[in-house]
Design a protein around this ligand. Structure first.
Ligand code: PLP
Length: 858
């Protein structure tokens, strides 16, 4: 019988019974290219990228993905490359370099302690070729893993593989965001299916109970330099159809869908780590989404190690770090009690934990909301917690102060590590060359003094470097505008204007990010005529490039995009004001490298950190931003511009108007004139000076290498030590710790403290003050408690404004259960002061505020 000619698919869908992957056939000398394409280090290693570009420059320009290049390159082309000795020599060198990168001891190995971190996040933005991210959190997680790899930190990433990733954006003719969800093929990406053994062995499966039904998960592994990233995937035939779609898309679906995704991430993630034999000492939970990992660890300890619930919580806490990434309560997941009961009732039975005790983990004593709050559980099950900038740390301490009743807000134990960005992933080749030459060959890990070198660089070279990025951006935007217009049905004649859109010499101002209302992308549109004058009548050409997506369910965000797009369609300004669609890592990188000014206008303090300005800064752009997130701590008056913030104005319309006025003022009176002021060689010397100062002050601070080192030194290492100590000898220390806690909790209601001898009411300037306190310890021992004198300036109502804490020392021995204490301090400059005293439980394995509620004040 002849073969049927008609494609069968036209009669309906034909279901494959078996799937297989055809890998491109590479000539033997090119086989190492496959290995280079599968380690995502290519995404930040220029020599590796250059190799793939040489294989097929057109395919590289079109796809920017090594695996696709190998797939689409013509066989003759591959044969030619395979016969080119110069190429093969470079290939050998790049492969040797990868081996050295993977094997050699790095910063972490020189520290001497060995432990492993499990980094859990609902999204990871490693490269635009692996679209498993929506924005800030994912890109940050990707940069965290890359920087950890560069530093040799022993870390493992855990996330989900979403069949559709996040959505692709296009615009309707009238500028309304349209979403598409193309199906991703993990087999065609730089992912390896984890198997139970060698190549032919069956895939490794992990099972998780989701509301009484088992879900089977397969696990994909991405190699991010030295760091493995495991992505869990429920899209398997053996799962019921509604369970297969648990990992369908990022941030889609209703509350129950989110709950199921988070069970797979948290519970499945811990099980996957066990299954692939990656034992972890510290679990780093990023945002509440991954929080169920804590419940899985408790279950393991209760069922596997025979610990009590309290002991299991103590052990889980010891090895847990919780990082909050949002400054708004609405950004936190909360699940109704009824859903928690349905999905965690069996967990309670298995662990012998009353359902009320589980609920208590996710509830705030000071709130009426009875839903289960993932951030609250995250904080309770972590031995340490942090926000992602200094300001966000402060905001978080206020936001969660209710969990630590009776302590001053600034003492709430939530610290901060300011986010950073992975330099080599974001800077252009020409900026990389400049920084290598003027700062250090490994500038992204260089200490601050190395950045002094940048001040001596030839201004003409700086300027030429900066313009190259803008030229590339202009070419890119022209291409994208053209493509988008043709796709929307315009004729080639109608899109001809895009050939001349934008100007490589103009002052280029970029704004790219998620279109959430608080980011106020449309602040400039509040005065359209003034904006028009800025674009068309300033002493130098001025142009804007915008990009960004709104969450599919966020109509307000979409409306902001529509307004930007409508303005960009205006015939009078469309050559100076562009919106680029389908924002992703690739588009973002183009903007960071092409901007003279990076604009950010959040409503302070709603930007937890923000990282896009950091990426632009590394490329030599100057930030013009509201003092929020990272910029609030790194702006020094001289390295960019600060838009006035008016947080005390409650009327948002008025507040926005004030801040827009400040922004226009900066643009018109400072930014444009500085850019326009040229020397005889045509160089804007004042501008270049500011660029150099910005590089020097920001360069060493904004890198993810600095961030990861901060995490290792402040949190990972101390937590790992504690977690390893508690795990020794069958968790003997954990059992003792919990027995101690029970003893202290039992005795606590009888603990009293009284202020003894008061300082005189009038004191001379530098006099020292001594305070005595009598503490009724009842059944406790002096070593069980810390007695602290709290002092400081007081306001008229008697409140100590910025309390300072000094530890008091025992005097003599207890007498009838009462122990005396004494502390001395010097109050400081003249003024009104006050003091008081308090008692807290003290244990060498616990932080001061680890047992909230157990505190007695005089
Ligand atoms: C850096 C980055 C972000 C985060 O930027 P913000 O400063 O938080 O707005 C989001 N998306 C992409 C693609 C990025 O590269």
């Amino acid at each position: 019988m002849p073969e049927p000619r008609t494609p069968l698919a036209s009669f309906g869908r034909v279901k494959a019974r078996h799937r297989f992957t055809v890998r491109p056939h590479l000539p033997a000398p090119l086989v190492p290219l496959d290995r280079l394409a599968r380690n995502l280090r290519w995404s930040w290693d220029r020599p590796t990228r250059a190799l793939f570009e040489r294989v097929d420059p057109r395919a590289w320009a079109a796809y920017g993905d090594p695996l696709v290049v190998l797939q689409v390159a013509a066989p003759e082309r591959l044969d030619a490359v395979a016969a080119d000795p110069a190429f093969l020599a470079d290939l050998a060198a790049v492969e040797a370099d990868l081996d050295a990168y993977l094997g050699a001891p790095r910063w972490f190995q020189h520290r001497g302690e060995s432990f492993r971190i499990g980094y859990f996040s609902p999204e990871f933005g490693i490269s635009e070729t692996l679209p498993q991210y929506s924005g800030g959190l994912g890109v940050l997680a990707g940069d965290h893993l890359k920087a950890a790899s560069d530093l040799g930190v022993d870390i493992v990433g855990v996330g989900l593989f979403y069949t559709h990733g996040y959505f692709r954006q296009s615009l309707s003719v009238d500028g309304w965001q349209q979403e598409r969800y193309p199906t991703l093929d993990p087999h065609a990406m730089a992912l390896t299916l984890v198997r139970t053994g060698d190549d032919g062995a069956p895939p490794l499966h992990v099972t998780v109970d989701v509301g009484g039904r088992p879900v089977t998960l397969q696990v994909w592994r991405a190699d991010v330099g030295r760091v493995p990233l495991y992505l869990l995937d429920a899209n398997l035939e053996e799962n019921d159809p509604d369970l297969r779609t648990i990992t369908d898309r990022l941030y889609g679906g209703d509350t129950e869908h989110r709950l199921r995704q988070e069970i797979v991430l948290g519970v499945g993630g811990v099980r996957a780590l066990r299954a692939v034999a990656e034992p972890v000492d510290v679990f780093h939970t990023n945002e509440g989404h991954a929080g169920f990992l804590g419940l899985e660890r408790i279950r393991e300890l209760v069922c596997g190690e025979g610990l009590s619930f309290d002991e299991a919580v103590a052990v889980t806490r010891a090895g847990g770090l919780f990082t909050t990434h949002t400054p708004v309560p609405a950004g936190i997941d909360r699940f109704p009690v009824e859903l928690m009961e349905r999905y965690f009732g069996s967990w309670c039975t298995t662990c012998g934990v009353p359902f009320e005790d589980l609920l208590a983990l996710g509830r705030r004593p000071d709130e009426a909301d009875d839903r289960f709050n993932m951030a609250v559980m995250g904080l309770r099950l972590a031995g340490a917690s942090n926000g992602v900038s200094q300001l966000h740390g402060d905001v978080s301490r206020h936001m969660f102060a209710g969990l630590w009743p009776q302590v001053a807000t600034h003492e709430v134990p939530i610290g901060s590590v300011t986010n950073g960005v992975h330099g080599p992933s974001w800077v252009s080749a020409e900026v990389d060359d400049l920084l290598r030459a003027e700062v250090a060959p490994d500038w992204s890990v260089a200490p601050a003094p190395a950045w002094d070198g940048i001040l001596d660089v030839d201004p003409a070279r700086v300027w030429a470097t900066r313009r190259q990025g803008t030229e590339r951006l202009v070419r890119f935007v022209r291409g994208r505008l053209r493509q988008a217009a043709l796709a929307a049905g315009a004729s080639p004649a109608e899109v001809a204007w895009t050939d001349d859109a934008l100007d490589p010499d103009a002052l280029t101002i970029c704004f790219a990010r998620r279109f959430a209302t608080y980011k106020r992308a449309t602040l400039l549109l509040s005065q359209p005529e003034r904006l028009r004058r800025l674009l068309l009548e300033a002493p130098v050409p001025v142009q804007f490039v915008f990009a960004g997506k709104a969450h599919p369910a966020d109509d307000e965000g979409k409306e902001l995009i529509r307004r930007i797009v409508a303005f960009s369609h205006d015939l009078g300004v469309r050559h100076r004001f562009a919106f680029v669609d389908d924002y992703d890592i690739g588009v973002a990188r183009m903007l960071y490298q092409g901007a003279d000014v990076w604009l950010n206008t959040p409503r302070r303090p709603l930007e937890a950190c923000g990282t896009s300005g950091e990426k632009a800064a590394l490329n030599g752009a100057l930030n013009c931003s509201v003092l929020d997130g990272w910029w609030a701590e790194l702006y020094d008056g001289d390295n960019g511009w600060a838009v006035t913030s008016a947080p005390d104005v409650d009327d948002l319309v008025r507040r926005d108007a004030i801040e827009a006025e400040s922004l226009f003022g900066l643009l018109e009176q400072q930014i444009v004139p500085l850019f326009a002021d040229r020397d005889t060689a045509g160089l804007p010397r004042g501008w270049i000076d500011r660029m150099l100062r910005a590089w020097r002050s920001l360069g060493p601070q904004v890198t993810a290498q600095r961030m990861v080192r901060d995490y290792v030194e402040r949190w990972y290492e101390p937590l790992a030590r504690r977690s390893i100590a508690l795990g020794r000898t069958g968790h003997a220390e954990a059992r003792e710790l919990v027995a101690w806690r029970h003893r202290v909790e039992h005795a606590w209601p009888t603990v009293r403290v009284e202020l003894g001898e008061h300082p005189a009411e009038q004191l001379e300037g530098s006099a020292s003050v001594t305070v005595d306190a009598a503490v009724t310890l009842a059944e406790l021992d002096p070593t069980d408690v810390a007695v602290e004198v709290v002092h400081g300036r007081i306001s008229p109502d008697g409140t100590i404004e910025l309390p300072i804490v000094v530890e008091a020392e025992p005097v003599g021995v207890p007498d009838g259960g009462v122990q005396h204490y004494r502390a001395s301090f010097r109050p400081g400059a003249a003024g009104h002061y006050g003091c008081t005293v308090r008692v807290l439980p003290r244990h060498p394995e616990l932080d001061r505020h680890a047992l909230p509620g157990l505190i007695v004040w005089a």
